[in-house]
Design a protein around this ligand. Structure first.
Ligand code: HEM
Length: 266
């Protein structure tokens, strides 16, 4: 007697599950995206992974905060010498929570760069730049350069005395580089002196070109992280030369890159 309602309940539950899963099945059949996300979430990572390994994700979070707060600032900022300074004052003093968004973007820029250096130090000290991850290190170096270029181009935008003279110093420094220096300085300045063209050029670089390149490189960086697996800590048993040599067929200090659908990075 008691089993009939229970069976009806499980039948209804199965039906509900089918309805709920239908959109996911639809998506999976047409794109393989669900399988991809599952692979990403349930892939194997070294056993003793720790806080040091979170620095890359912390850097990513800082970048996302910069992207979101930057989009909000771009809704109010005016990249024109006659109104740039006033527009920033307007954001800080009049726009609801404008001071917070601007503060997050300004301080967040330093946090982003500092985290990038911490992450790079972790990768260096753990030897995670070695075979087969050299390409990811090179992509990282490009990210570092672009991150600093983001800071440099953003610094001019408030168009106050500090911004102006810091940019003069920066452009002059670039100008002293051998061969390419003078061209780079002229390109950045966009004319004989810093002026309206410099401001709009820096704005375009700061909010379109450099963030676009950073996003593309982060995509590539994370693809390689997932493809190659994460390096274990140097003190982990699985990093011991003999252990990893046995596992990876002779290549010391390496977690065997996981195959899609295979047994992962172990
Ligand atoms: C926008 C800046 C960056 C972001 C968002 C980012 C993100 C990440 C993430 C999430 C990981 C995996 C987790 C981890 O190991 O922490 C990673 C790994 C890695 N990153 Fe970055 N990274 C950035 C910059 C850099 C820089 C500047 C370098 C070095 C010059 C670098 C080199 C590497 C390498 C070699 C790995 C593989 C580490 C391993 O296999 O253990 N990254 N990155």
């Amino acid at each position: 007697m008691a089993t009939a309602p229970a069976r009806r309940r499980t039948g209804r539950r199965a039906q509900l599950e089918q309805v709920a899963l239908y959109p996911l099945d639809w998506l999976e059949e047409r794109s393989g995206l669900v399988g991809g996300v599952k692979y990403f979430l349930f892939r194997k990572v070294p056993r003793d992974i720790g806080w040091f390994h979170t620095l890359g994700s912390a850097t990513l979070t800082a970048f996302l905060v910069q992207a979101i707060t930057g989009v909000v600032l771009a809704m109010y900022y005016k990249p024109d010498p006659a109104s740039a300074y006033e527009s920033i004052q307007h954001i800080t003093n009049d726009v609801t929570l404008g001071w917070l968004v601007r503060g997050m973007h300004r301080w967040g820029a330093s946090v982003f760069i500092i985290l990038m250096f911490f992450h790079m130090a972790r990768v260096f000290l753990f030897g995670a730049y070695k075979y087969p991850r050299e390409l990811n290190w090179i992509i990282g170096v490009l990210l570092l350069v672009l991150g600093m270029a983001e800071g440099f181009t953003g610094y001019l935008l408030p168009w106050d005395q500090t911004a102006y003279w810091a940019t003069v110093v920066g452009i002059n420094l670039n100008g002293t580089a051998p061969f390419l220096g003078p061209f780079l300085a002229e390109f950045l300045q966009g004319g004989a002196a810093i002026g309206p063209d410099t401001l709009s050029k820096f704005y375009s670089l700061h909010m379109l070109v450099i963030p676009g390149a950073i996003m593309a490189l982060i995509g590539l960086h994370l693809y390689l992280v997932i493809r190659l697996g994460v390096t274990p800590s140097p003190w982990a048993k699985e990093s011991a030369p003999e252990a990893s040599q046995q596992r990876s067929g002779g290549r010391a200090g390496l977690v065997r890159p996981g195959r899609r659908g295979g047994n992962g990075g172990e």
